[in-house]
Structures are given as C-alpha cells and as structure tokens.
Design a protein around this ligand. Structure first.
Ligand code: ADP
Ligand code: ADP
Length: 239
C-alpha cells in the first residue's frame, strides 16, 4: 500500500485561480519524487495541501490510508508529527543553537519550550547528536544558527526534520537560497538519507538538472495538472 495517495486533489484560491486541478499521485515507501514545473504551476500548493497548511477544495489526501482532508485538532497534529518539512529559507530559530533547533523537531514545540527552562531528556539529546553527526555538523552543535553558512543551516533543517522520526518528508525548494555546489551537496545528503532510511519524500525542485541528478522519479506540473510522471531518462526523451 502506498504511503501517500492523492486522489483528484484540487485547490482553488478563487474561482479564477485554480492552483491544482484533479491531481492524482501515489508515493510508495522509499520513493523520492522530484516535483518540477514553471513558477506558478502549483508545486508549493501541492506540498502545502498534503499537511494541510493549505486546505484542498476537493479530493483526498490519504497518508497511510488515513484521510487528512477532513481531520483537525489533535488528530491533525498527530499526523503532522509524521510528516516533516524542510523549507527553502530553513525556518530555524536563529538565536538558538544547532542542537536546540534539532531538539525542537524531536520534542515538538510545547515540550521543547518547557524543556528549554529545565533540562532536555538525555535520550533525545543522544538522538540529536547522532543526527548532527549524520549531517556533518557535530562540531557545530553548540553554535548559534545565525553563525552558520546557508549550507550548514539547511543541514540543521534536515536534522530537525529527521528528529521527528517522520514517515514522509515534504521539501520545498531546499536549495533555492544556496550556491550551485552547496545545492548539490544538500541534494546528495537528502537523497542518501532517504535511501538509507527508506523514507519517502516529495521535493519541489526548481532546477530540473538538479532533479535529474538526485531523484529517480520526476513529476511535472503545469497549470495545476500533472503533465509528466516518469524517470529522468524518460524526461530527456520527452523534451
Ligand atoms: P509554484 O510553487 O509551482 O510556483 P504555487 O503553488 O506557488 O506554484 O502557485 C500556484 C498558483 O496559485 C499560482 O497561480 C499562484 O499565483 C496561486 N497562488 C499561490 N498562493 C496563493 C495565495 N495565497 N492566494 C492566491 N493565489 C495563490
Ligand atoms: P558548507 O560547509 O555548508 O559548504 P560554506 O562553504 O558556505 O559552508 O562555508 C564555509 C565556512 O564559512 C563555514 O564554516 C561557515 O561558518 C562560514 N560562513 C559561510 N557563510 C557564512 C555566513 N553568512 N555567516 C557566517 N559564517 C559563514
């Protein structure tokens, strides 16, 4: 059974502005999907509809067979714990340390804020160190995020997302703010970690060449519709 199933998903910001029309898509365990398409095609809207940062106007989002389109409150929060996001501009807490940012993913906002005043549980700190080691930031654990480079910040974002023990990663333009070399390093790290953990991911990538390098399945959106779904090699044949 697919981890994620989108069934005829639609999102209309207004009667005229149909950001998504009838999008159907399945993502299986271990699959990394690169979302490509021109600006305004609906890539961000698609990602935001999955964890309900946007409310779809039609269709269904099934995550491990649970319909996320009609839940709210604690059930929605519970589902969101399993669906981690990585953002273009990192969305880190700049004045806190690398370690604290990773722990905020691990503990969730409320437990994190109360632990800040006391002590973080040892087993959570252990796990955070292991993640920082994996993303190559162990020696920077106690630095404030605002002292890091862009590439380092995005690696903190990756570690924070993984600290949630997610079952799905949603990644919105993770390399848009990075130089080409750093962008490739970040994409390589994301694709390696997803492969190691069998973790499915949807990555909105503006740069088609970067998608072809690191992603086995590409979904092309245009004017809110899926116009391509296949391998990088098939994409080359099509254009
Ligand atoms: P992409 O990520 O592919 O650039 P978006 O999902 O951001 O595309 O946008 C898809 C369409 O929805 C565009 O026509 C855009 O103008 C519109 N749109 C996006 N966000 C909003 C919003 N908050 N209100 C109204 N229209 C929006
Ligand atoms: P990465 O190791 O992620 O590829 P860079 O090559 O961009 O990082 O940066 C190398 C070093 O320069 C890092 O150790 C970082 O601390 C420092 N550095 C880069 N950009 C900044 C910045 N904007 N502010 C502070 N330090 C920076």
């Amino acid at each position: 059974m697919a981890t994620l199933q989108l069934k005829s998903l639609s999102m209309h910001y207004s009667a005229k502005d149909k950001a998504l029309s009838d999008v159907s898509l399945e993502v299986n365990a271990g699959e990394i999907v690169g979302l490509i398409g021109p600006s305004g095609a609906g890539k961000s809207t698609l990602i935001r509809c999955i964890n309900r940062l946007n409310n779809p106007t039609g269709g269904q989002v099934l995550f491990k067979q649970q319909d996320l389109t009609n839940i709210s409150g604690s059930r929605l929060r519970q589902a969101r714990r399993k669906i981690a996001m990585i953002f273009q501009e990192y969305a880190l807490i700049e004045r806190l340390t690398v370690m604290e940012n990773v722990l905020s993913g691990r503990l969730g906002y409320v437990s994190f804020m109360s632990s800040l005043l006391r002590k973080f549980p040892g087993k959570d700190v252990q796990q955070a160190y292991a993640l920082l080691d994996r993303v190559g930031l162990l020696e920077h654990a106690n630095k404030r995020v605002d002292a890091l480079s862009g590439g380092q910040r995005q690696r903190v974002g990756i570690a924070r997302a993984l600290a949630q023990n997610p079952e799905l990663l949603l990644i919105d333009e993770p390399t848009a703010a990075l130089d080409p070399r750093t962008a490739r390093q970040v994409m390589r790290l994301i694709s390696e970690i997803c492969a190691e953990q069998g973790l499915p991911a949807i990555i909105n990538i503006h740069d088609v060449n970067l998608a072809k390098l690191f992603v086995q399945r590409i979904v092309g959106l245009q004017q809110g519709k899926v116009v391509f779904d296949g391998s990088p090699a098939q994409l080359n044949d099509d254009v």
